[in-house]
Design a protein. Structure first.
Length: 178
């Protein structure tokens, strides 16, 4: 009986993991949103956010999880964009250290600005959990559109992320997490 249960759970996990891999999101060409939020981490995320902002996909952008010592001018120089773009349209979030605190930092920023729609930019493999966290933190205050940056993570990263996603969903379902 225990072996059957373990076999069923393994099949469910494997099927879910296959679905997770098959549905990793790609970049989204539309619609326009009030804001763009980029979660720091792997390469391509900030570049994608800047390209969207320059294409007028939103009014303003938050880069969440930026190291406290980093200044807007340094990022403008590193990404070869005008410092004026940072001055007018980009905020740096220095509080977040993980996906949950990214969501909290972002939700506070969205509410402060009164935004109703947000494009969330992060790696394709990270987007499902990041979106889950942000939707939970916003509690219906804004619509979240996921925009996945293509990447080539190792299978160990994918497995770990899938397990984190499952655990977080369960925690939210049973009310064990805020």
């Amino acid at each position: 009986m225990i072996l059957r249960l373990i076999a069923v759970l393994a099949l469910l996990w494997g099927g879910g993991f296959a679905l997770f891999l098959a549905t990793m999101p790609a970049p989204v060409s539309g619609p326009r949103t009030d804001a763009i939020v980029v979660l720091t981490g792997s390469s391509g995320r900030i570049t994608r956010g800047l390209a969207l902002l320059q294409d007028h996909a939103a009014k303003r952008m938050l880069i969440s999880g930026v190291a406290p010592a980093v200044k807007p001018g340094e990022l403008a120089h590193e990404y070869k964009v005008s410092p004026k773009l940072f001055a007018c349209c980009i905020d740096l979030g220095h509080e977040a250290v993980d996906t949950r605190s990214n969501a909290d930092e972002t939700a506070d920023w969205v509410r402060e600005h009164g935004y109703r729609s947000v494009r969330l930019v992060t790696s394709d493999w990270h987007l499902a959990r990041a979106r889950l966290e942000l939707v939970n933190a916003l509690d219906g205050d804004a619509t979240v559109i996921g925009d996945g940056v293509p990447s080539s993570p190792r299978y160990a990263v994918l497995i770990a992320e899938y397990n984190k996603l499952i655990l977080r969903r369960v925690a939210l379902l049973v009310g064990a997490a805020t």
